[in-house]
Design a protein around this ligand. Structure first.
Ligand code: FAD
Length: 372
């Protein structure tokens, strides 16, 4: 049982071997703390390249990295495969799939998951892409539908199998739309010579007025142009309404027949049981202060996608991207050590180094951040 391990140093328990959790655990190397990292998987997922796994240009093991290997030689570090179920702040312990674990300092870095905004139909019938199993599932569904199309004799019958609708034109939707368009433009005629590429349609849909809404106007326009050049039909200001597995309908009445609806319209924090309502912010994220400490708690912290990070200095919070999680992980390590030594803490400040979205194999849009 993990709660028995004890070297006399304060125990820092980190939940989640994502970008934030890994960076934090590494930054505590050679410090006078015991680090226990738990994750429900024994691998770290490099999510930015997931769309390439979904579209077959990378294998899953190219984006999954062994957690243990990452920490070879770090003597104050342990890893356990375990799923966090509930936190018990009164007892300074967590309930997990391998039993109860005690902590002196707890860091929740559990990331985010798909948000279907309560729509059961979309949850049931669409294909999300937030984990490696989901990416592989998506890949297999796409290939299976192309195989099915081969067996059908009329264009009308083939239409739903050869039509791809991506809901959500953020980086995930835009990058995936580009990759699927490349399958049509470059692979279809080679691998499926009986299918006509003109019959394969790719739509990218968003309720907002532009693609890549979090990027600059220029990047957004350029990305849309790249996508349209690749024959992706971009539908902005369009809200999806229903989907029964074969027909997707939009506000205003338009319908598209498709067996391939890919959901990239939103994410929400993965929050364990045990927090109060006041500790949960918009997007199911954990409310934290300027040092990533959970509101109302002394020794519980949250970083990365699951942390809301809304403060006076950052009223809109921070984007759910890897650099935020990485920087918060590094910074929190320093603050935990300050707290242990009774020293003043330092507020977290995000250094935005810019963002990029790749459209197809050889095009990308970039917003440059501050160059230090
Ligand atoms: C398809 C896709 C593409 C992306 N592209 C980019 C990009 O190009 N650039 C960019 O900066 N960001 C990108 N992001 C966002 C980026 O991946 C996230 O912001 C980043 O992973 C957040 O890091 P994190 O440490 O908060 O959580 P994650 O990296 O998501 O890690 C969370 C970890 O917690 C574990 N976990 C969850 N629940 C539990 C539990 N109950 N018990 C135990 N373990 C648990 C999970 O298994 C996971 O390992 C992309 C995301 C996706 C989905």
């Amino acid at each position: 049982m993990e709660s028995n391990y004890n070297t006399g140093f304060p125990k820092v328990v980190i939940v989640g071997a994502g970008f934030g959790g890994i960076e934090l655990a590494k930054a505590l190397n050679k410090k006078e703390v015991d680090v226990l990292l738990i994750d429900k998987h024994n691998y770290h997922t490099f999510q930015p390249l997931m769309y390439q796994v979904a579209t077959g240009s990378l294998e899953a093991d190219s984006i999954a990295f062994s957690v243990r290997k990452n920490f070879e030689g770090q003597r104050n570090f342990r890893f356990r495969i375990a799923e966090l179920k509930k936190i018990n702040t009164a007892k300074n312990s967590i309930e997990t799939s391998i039993g109860e674990i005690e902590y002196d300092y707890l860091v929740i870095a559990t990331g985010s998951t798909n948000n279907f905004f309560g729509n059961k139909e979309f949850e049931k019938y669409t294909l999300p892409m937030k984990s490696i199993p989901e990416a592989l599932n998506l890949r297999s569904a796409v290939l299976q539908n192309l195989e099915t199309a081969l067996l059908l004799s009329t264009p009308e019958e083939r239409e739903p199998y050869l039509t791809f609708v991506l809901v959500g034109a953020g980086p995930t939707g835009a990058e995936l739309a580009g990759s699927i368009a490349e399958i049509r433009n470059f692979i279809l005629s080679k691998d499926y010579p009986e299918l006509h590429k003109e019959e394969m349609k790719v739509y990218l849909v968003d309720a907002l007025p532009k693609v890549l809404a979090n990027m600059s106007e220029q990047a957004s326009k350029k990305a849309q142009q790249f996508l349209e050049d690749m024959n992706v039909e971009v539908l902005t200001n369009v809200k999806v309404q229903t989907y029964d597995g074969t027909v997707i309908s939009f506000e205003g009445g338009r319908e598209i027949k498709t067996k391939n609806v890919i959901w990239s319209a939103g994410v929400m924090g993965v929050v364990p049981e045990g927090f109060s309502k006041e500790q949960i912010a918009k997007g199911n994220r954990i409310s934290t202060d300027e040092i990533n400490r959970v509101i109302g708690l002394n020794n519980v912290f949250s970083i990365g996608d699951v942390s809301s990070s809304v403060t006076e200095a950052m009223p809109k919070g921070l984007p759910g991207v890897a650099p935020v999680a990485i920087q918060q992980g590094k910074h929190l390590a320093k603050n935990i050590l300050h707290i242990i030594k009774g020293e003043p803490t330092v507020n977290f400040k995000y250094n935005d180094q810019g963002s990029m979205a790749t459209i197809g194999r050889n095009k990308a849009v970039v917003d440059m951040g501050k160059i230090l």
